[in-house]
Design a protein around this ligand. Structure first.
Ligand code: S3P
Length: 451
C-alpha cells in the first residue's frame, strides 16, 4: 500500500456562478463499458469515458487479464476484448485503488473463469465489506482467500470456478454492484443466472448488456420486485458506447448553483436515468429552480441539459425508498439541507456506512465542524438548516464525495471551509476544482484564501 500525501483545499463564500459545465462521464457506465468491451470479441469504442483513477484502475486490471485498451488522440477509447471467459492469469496483483465498483464488478467477471488473481486496494477499499459479493459468487463456485483484516476484506486471492454453476439470488441489500457482479459471472456460466431485486437499483448493466447482445430479461414479480436473468455462454458483440455526464458529479455543481446567490449554471448532457435521479427530484421538492431542457437519448440512456438558478430551499422529508436512486448524493443533499429553511429528514441511510468512508459519520462530523445543527437517529440523518457559520477544517477520510460536498458547503458558509485532503476527488471528478473555479467558485489550495 503506497503512502498517501494529503492535499488540503479551501472554499470561500462565492456569488454569481455562471456558464455551461460538462461534468465528466458517468462512473458506473464507464466501468461497465470497459468491462463489457473486454468481454466482447472485436473492437468497442467508448467516447466520454470518465478518466478518473477508479475507472483507469479497472482498465489496467482488464489489460493485465488480456484485453487491449488504448486511448486515441481524440479521447476515444478503443477496447479489443478477449470474449467471454477468455482471460488469462495476471502477472501482478490487480490494484483497484479506492474503487468499490471496480473491484466488486471484476470479482464477478473473475468468478466464473479459470483465472487466479490477487486483488488489492487502498486503505479505504481494504476496509470495505466484500462479503456481499463474495457470498453469491462462492455459491457459483468461486474461491476467495483473504489476508485482509477479516475474511471478507481485501487484499486476497480470487480463484474463478472451473465449472461455474448458475444461481438464483435475492439481493439482501439494495446494491447494483452485487447485482452486476452476479450477472457478469452469469455470462460465463452454463444455463440461466438470476438476480431478484426487491427494490430497484441502477440498471445500467441490464441496459448495456442488452446493447452488447446478451440474452438478458427482466420480469416484474410481486410487490415491485424484479427478477433479472442472463443466459450464459452467449457471445457479446462490440459496440460504440457514448458515456453521458455523471449525475453524481453534476450533483455538486447543481447544489453549488442553488446555494450561491445570483447564480445560473447549465449542466450539459446529464444522464437522467430514473434509477439515478433521486437528488434532482428531492431538490425540486425543496423548491429548487432546476429546468431540464433538450431531453434526448444518448446510447440507450436519457440525457438533458439542466439549467440551475440560485433558490431559497426548504427542508423536506426524504423517504427511504428513494435512497437507491441517490445513494451517492446524500453528502451533498446534506449540504443543500444545511442551507435550507427548516428541517430535512433523510431516512434509511444504513448503506452510507459502507461507502468509501462511513459517510453518515463523516457527514455528521463535517456538519458539526461547520456549525450546522443536525442529529442521527438510527439510520436517519436530520439537518436543521439556516445560516452556515463554516470556519472549519473537515476530515475527508479518503472519500471523494465528502471532499466535494464540504467544498460546496464552503461556497455558501459565512467563513471558509477547508477539506483536509482533496486528492481523492481525482477518483471520480478530476477537473472538479477547475470547472467550478471557471464558473466563479472561490476554491483554492492557498491557505491565505481563508483570511
Ligand atoms: C454503483 C453502485 C452503488 C454506488 C456506487 C456505484 C455501481 O453502490 O454507491 O458508487 O456502479 O453499481 P452499491 O451497489 O453498493 O449501492
Amino acid at each position: 500500500m503506497s503512502v498517501h500525501t494529503k492535499s488540503p483545499l479551501t472554499a470561500c463564500r462565492s456569488r454569481g456562478l455562471a456558464g455551461n459545465i460538462r461534468v465528466p462521464g458517468d462512473k458506473s457506465i464507464s466501468h461497465r463499458a470497459l468491462i463489457l468491451g473486454a468481454l466482447s470479441v472485436g473492437e468497442t469504442t467508448i467516447t466520454g469515458l470518465l478518466e478518473g483513477d477508479d475507472v483507469l484502475a479497472t482498465a489496467d486490471a482488464l489489460k493485465a487479464l488480456g484485453a487491449s485498451i488504448e486511448r486515441g488522440d481524440d479521447g476515444t477509447w478503443h477496447v479489443h476484448g478477449t470474449g467471454v471467459g477468455g482471460f488469462q492469469d495476471p502477472r501482478a496483483p490487480l490494484d483497484f485503488g479506492n474503487a468499490g465498483t471496480g473491484v466488486r464488478l471484476m470479482m464477478g467477471v473473475l468468478a466464473s473463469q479459470p483465472v487466479t488473481a490477487r486483488l488489492t486496494g487502498d486503505a479505504s477499499l481494504s476496509g470495505r465489506p466484500m462479503g456481499r459479493v463474495l457470498a453469491p459468487l462462492q455459491r457459483m463456485g468461486a474461491q476467495w482467500q483473504s489476508d485482509g483484516e477479516t475474511a471478507d476484506r481485501l487484499p486476497g486471492i480470487m480463484k474463478g470456478a472451473e465449472a461455474p454453476v448458475p444461481i438464483t439470488y435475492t439481493l439482501p441489500v439494495a446494491s447494483a454492484q452485487v447485482k452486476t457482479a452476479i450477472l457478469l459471472a452469469g455470462l460465463n456460466t452454463p444455463g440461466i443466472t438470476s438476480v431478484i431485486e426487491p427494490k430497484p437499483t441502477r440498471d445500467h448493466t441490464e441496459r448495456m448488456l442488452k446493447g452488447f447482445g446478451a440474452d438478458i430479461r427482466s420480469q416484474t414479480l410481486e410487490r415491485g420486485a424484479v427478477q433479472i436473468s442472463v443466459k450464459g455462454h452467449v457471445e457479446l458483440s462490440p459496440r460504440a458506447v457514448q458515456v453521458p455526464a455523471d449525475p453524481s458529479s453534476a450533483a455538486f455543481a447543481i447544489v453549488a448553483a442553488l446555494i450561491t446567490p445570483d447564480s445560473e449554471l447549465t449542466l450539459c448532457d446529464v444522464m437522467l436515468n430514473p434509477t439515478r435521479d433521486g437528488l434532482v427530484r428531492t431538490l425540486i421538492d425543496m423548491g429548487a429552480d432546476i429546468n431540464s431542457v433538450n431531453r434526448r437519448d444518448a446510447g440507450g440512456e436519457e440525457i438533458a441539459d439542466l439549467v440551475v438558478r440560485s433558490s431559497k430551499l426548504r427542508g423536506v422529508d426524504v423517504p427511504p425508498e428513494r435512497a437507491p436512486s441517490m445513494i451517492d448524493e446524500y453528502p451533498v443533499l446534506a449540504v443543500a439541507a444545511a442551507c435550507a429553511a427548516g428541517t430535512t429528514r433523510m431516512r434509511g441511510l444504513a448503506e452510507l456506512r459502507v461507502k468509501e468512508s462511513d459517510r453518515l459519520a463523516a457527514v455528521a462530523t463535517g456538519l458539526a465542524a461547520a456549525g450546522v445543527a443536525h442529529r442521527i437517529e438510527g439510520d436517519d440523518l436530520i439537518v436543521d438548516g439556516g445560516t452556515v457559520p463554516g470556519g472549519a477544517t473537515v476530515a475527508t477520510h479518503m472519500d471523494h464525495r465528502i471532499a466535494m460536498a464540504f467544498l460546496t458547503l464552503g461556497l455558501a458558509a459565512e467563513s471558509p471551509i477547508t477539506v483536509d485532503d482533496a486528492t481523492m476527488i481525482a477518483t471520480s471528478f478530476p477537473d472538479f476544482e477547475t470547472l467550478l473555479r471557471n464558473a466563479g467558485a472561490q476554491i483554492s489550495a492557498d491557505p491565505e484564501a481563508r483570511s
